[in-house]
Design a protein around this ligand. Structure first.
Ligand SMILES: [Zn+2]
Length: 345
């Protein structure tokens, strides 16, 4: 299905799949959409047609609603042929959460990159007490209020509420190729939205399944992990985006949320500009009001009411931006009374 719109970013002119149904994106690639109980209210999952059966990409969270949606697919359009594999792109609960149950139901092998597998294993292994304590300690360093810090300490392991036990996993590397009926998909791994996120490309047909790295509508969340809050995740993401600038408009970009589209290079440029402007806002805030904490930076970047689920992503994203300014030597960090403050250099 060639791009008709020349040089603009344009959605593929196809409606998203209805519940329990598939939409063909290529003769061996099918799009499924499951609902999620968040502001981002759905996830796109994919099924590849291979000589051995269906090869699935991503799973949804571990919930009854997702279980029901998989049951509909497995009894419906995917029935009659075996599930020959399950690829998990990254450790976020909406992608890996139901992998263990899906592997049990289908007996299919699960493929995952080593970094994401380790991150998911770490997230699931935290006791409620340790997970709550780590989040509380991190939020205190961010400068969030005592009320929030004390509330999250009681919350326990939030990741575990959304992600079930991991299945046995076959670890794959960047040279891994998946053969499907009409093509061959090469895996690549990037750091940014998560530490070792997998995307898949069929170069002959110019199809790039970007999963969560090059979304058409929203800016992918770029966050520090609670394990390493000083890492420059945004610096890594800029590297991915700069490589995607060369995606010409013949490429169909196929994301984990919203809709497939042409114009991945244009979208990469937009996202670079988006993050540049966020960095500018933080530099302005620090010059107008003095050093900023991560909580101050979060209020600058996300000026709306946040649920606890959103507070986590917003504060960790604000911190990733501050860290990038430190990495660029445009800010420096000083700790006062246990709170990290960022000063312009
Ligand atoms: Zn994600």
């Amino acid at each position: 299905m060639p791009n008709k719109n020349g040089s603009d970013m344009s959605p593929l002119p196809i409606n998203p799949p209805e519940a329990g149904s598939l939409v063909a994106l290529a003769d061996d690639l099918y799009w499924m959409r499951f609902t999620l109980p968040f502001r981002l209210n759905h996830i796109n999952l994919y099924a590849f047609d291979t000589k051995d059966g269906w090869l699935l990409l991503d799973c949804g969270i571990n919930s009854e609603a997702i279980a029901n949606q998989w049951a509909m697919m497995l009894k419906g359009p995917l029935a009659g042929r075996p599930i020959c594999g399950i690829i998990v792109s990254h450790y976020h609960a909406d992608h890996v959460g139901y992998a263990g149950n899906l592997a049990k139901i289908t007996s299919a092998p699960v493929y995952m990159g080593a970094v994401e597998h380790e991150q998911a294993s770490w997230g699931l292994a935290q006791s409620d007490e340790h997970a709550g304590g780590l989040l509380a300690k991190t939020y205190a360093r961010f400068g969030l209020s005592d009320g929030v810090v004390n509330r999250v300490r009681q919350e326990g392991n939030y990741y575990r509420k959304l992600a079930g036990d991991l299945p046995d996993v076959t670890i794959i590397e960047a040279s891994q190729q998946f053969e499907t009926k009409s093509g061959c998909w090469l895996a690549r791994f990037d750091t940014g939205h998560s530490p070792g996120h997998m995307s898949l490309s069929d170069f002959d047909r110019k199809l790039h399944i970007c999963v969560d790295f090059l979304l058409p509508r929203i800016s992918p969340n770029i966050s520090v992990s609670l394990r390493s809050i000083e890492l420059d995740m945004l610096g890594h993401y800029y590297k991915y985006l700069s490589q995607m600038l060369s995606l010409d408009n013949e490429w169909l970009v196929i994301p984990g949320h919203d809709w497939p589209y042409f114009g991945g290079g244009i979208r990469a440029a937009e996202l670079i500009e988006h993050h540049n402007s966020r960095l500018e806002l933080l530099r302005d805030a620090a010059s107008n009001a003095g050093p900023v904490s991560t909580a101050d930076a979060m209020k600058v970047l996300f000026a709306f009411d946040l649920t606890d689920h959103e507070l986590y992503f917003a504060s960790c994203e604000a911190r990733a931006h501050l860290n990038h300014l430190v990495a660029r030597d445009e800010m420096r960090i000083e700790q006062v009374a246990g709170i990290d403050y960022f000063h312009n250099n």
